[in-house]
Design a protein around this ligand. Structure first.
Ligand SMILES: Nc1ncnc2c1ncn2[C@@H]1O[C@H](COP(=O)(O)OP(=O)(O)OP(=O)(O)O)[C@@H](O)[C@H]1O
Ligand code: SF4
Ligand SMILES: [Mg+2]
Length: 334
């Protein structure tokens, strides 16, 4: 089946002090119809910038190369009106801050009903009924009150439900979700995530889900792509990643999750500091932090090697397979 979304060798650089600053170093990934792909990585690794190349909302002056194919169309080559149509018909975006997605002077009813009338040409009566149904489906108990409210009268969790209702209304082929629950309090986070997951599955929509939380991605995604310094270092299913990670960074991400049951008093950390894409030189981008780094890691470009249904960017992944299947000793990497 043809993928809904395909990113092929996306490179992005921004002008910086008379030169260029590289932020994405060749991101390639695909999302199948109905599939949820998690894009996981530390702050600054390029997760949001990757999404922005799909929406074509990267910062002014950005130089982007590579191909983005969405529903068979070459997104980067589309003219303004075709791009608007593609965004309206095929895509929906849910970001971290629902307040930014809503007009502060419109009541929820106006926001939803006008959106449905514009996008689907529905009458106000039909659109109002659908808006009410959608709010009930995203778990809003008092639909009347919510419809009558302005954004400032609703909590972040309620607002994110409204944004999800608007996003799924047209059953777009692809949802782009950028840390959709990070700004919410912890209890609300899991409720909102469960609603998003349920709506996506019921409507068979694909999703590219950006998060720094490997556990959350594992719970709601079919596959996970791990991003480091503007490039993907591993793609696998959550089960594969947990039972047998093939990249040292994935192993260390798994080991550095806080655990209530861990017996060790040492909080495991990934050694060193995250490297920005523009700081990467020759050889493996992770070498400076990698406990398994060897002389062969230092030169040339380390490519993403595909093995059956997964992919890894590490020169030593075959040698290390057995070792990476087990948690590291936190004393050794602290
Ligand atoms: N408008 C901008 N101008 C210049 N640099 C930017 C801009 N936006 C992001 N960057 C830089 O691009 C890199 C990737 O940023 P991006 O926002 O994609 O990271 P991220 O993985 O989404 O991180 P976070 O988890 O913090 O949201 C970072 O080094 C960031 O500082
Ligand atoms: S290529 Fe070498 S430095 Fe890079 S992750 Fe693999 S073992 Fe570590
Ligand atoms: Mg981000």
């Amino acid at each position: 089946m043809t993928d809904v979304l395909e990113l092929d060798d996306i490179r992005l650089a921004l002008p910086h002090r008379g030169g260029d600053r590289t932020l994405l170093r060749g991101v390639s990934l695909s999302v199948a119809p109905g599939e949820a792909l998690g894009l996981v990585g530390e702050s600054g690794s390029g997760k949001s910038m990757t999404l922005r190349t799909v929406l074509r909302t990267e910062p002014r002056g950005a130089r982007v190369t590579g191909r983005v194919t969405l529903d068979g169309q070459d997104v980067r080559g589309l003219g303004a009106s075709a791009l608007r149509r593609l965004r309206a018909d095929t895509l929906a975006m849910i970001s971290q801050n629902p307040r930014a997605a809503l007009n502060p002077v419109l009541r929820v009813s106006q926001f939803l009903v006008e959106g449905l009338c514009d996008a689907r040409g529905e009458s106000r009566e039909v659109a109002t009924r659908r808006a009410r149904d959608l709010l009930a489906q995203v778990g809003i108990a008092d639909v009347d009150r919510c419809m009558d409210s302005y954004p400032h009268q609703l909590s972040g969790g309620m607002l994110q439900r409204v944004v999800i209702a608007a996003a799924v209304a047209g059953s777009p082929r692809l949802l782009l979700a950028d840390e959709p629950t990070t700004a919410l309090d912890v209890t609300t986070q899991s409720e909102v995530m469960a609603i998003l997951d349920e709506q996506r599955r019921e409507r068979g929509m694909a999703m590219l889900f950006v998060t720094h939380d490997l556990e959350l991605a594992s719970a709601v995604c079919d596959r996970i792509a791990v991003l480091y310094a503007g490039e993907i270092v591993e793609i696998a299913t959550p089960d594969q990643l947990h039972s047998a990670p093939r990249h040292p960074y994935t192993r260390l991400l798994l080991d550095s999750r806080p655990s209530l049951t861990a017996r060790t008093p040492v909080l495991p950390v990934i050694p060193g500091r995250p490297v920005a894409a523009y700081e990467v030189g020759d050889g493996c981008a992770f070498a400076a932090r990698c406990p398994w780094s060897a002389p062969q890691c230092a030169d040339g470009e380390v490519t993403l090697a595909h093995h059956a249904d997964r992919a890894v960017r590490c020169r030593r992944s075959d040698d290390l397979a057995g070792e990476l299947a087990h948690a590291t000793d936190p004393e050794a990497t602290a």
